[in-house]
Design a protein around this ligand. Structure first.
Ligand code: GDP
Ligand code: MG
Length: 161
């Protein structure tokens, strides 16, 4: 593997993406990973984990006043979650586009939630909603040494340089 020490220095954009327990149990890992991969984003970290309820509460801290908070955290901690970090130009914002609206009833066809989910409480995937959240979520879910810096062969074809 080619190490790319310039990756950190260049502050390439990264986002945290997680396939929730419903997506894992429904056998949608490869479908979802392939959508990010085929777009051209680079996978820099991936692991299958069962988060504790306390960890789920930390992850969704900003929603703690919402009525669905407890059920949401119970659900996220109910089984394996596929945690990932994806890298690429504009990946935070465009990753959210690939995912689609929070409620699958409002997600456009062609998006992950639009194509693969029906209700808001089982919308199969999480994606960071901005640069600050992305940084915090990556730090919460991954140790620095779990993030793999490498040059991908396709980069010069994706970015033209
Ligand atoms: P996201 O960033 O699109 O995932 O949406 P939010 O950050 O607003 O909410 C986090 C997660 O909470 C969503 O992905 C849903 O799984 C869940 N959620 C959001 N709104 C509702 C709701 O009104 N009812 C229920 N049951 N779950 C919700
Ligand atoms: Mg959110």
């Amino acid at each position: 593997m080619l190490q790319d020490p310039s990756a950190e220095a260049a502050e390439l954009e990264r986002t945290f993406i997680a396939i929730k327990p419903d997506g894992v149990q429904r056998g949608l890992i490869s479908e979802i990973v392939s959508r990010f991969e085929r777009k051209g984003y680079k996978l820099v970290a991936i692991k299958l984990v069962v988060p504790s309820k306390q960890f789920a509460e930390q992850h969704y801290e900003d929603l703690k006043e919402r009525p669905f908070f407890n059920g949401l955290c119970e659900f996220l901690s109910s089984g394996p979650v596929l945690a990932m970090v994806w890298e690429g130009q504009g990946v935070i914002k465009y990753g959210r586009k690939l995912i689609g609206a929070t409620d699958p009833q409002n997600s456009e066809p062609g998006t992950i939630r639009g194509d693969l989910a029906i209700i808001v409480g089982r919308n199969i995937i999480h994606g960071s909603d901005g640069p600050e959240t992305a940084k915090n979520e990556i730090n919460l879910w991954f140790k620095p040494e779990e993030l793999v810096n490498y040059a991908h062969n396709s980069e010069k074809w994706l970015y033209g340089k």
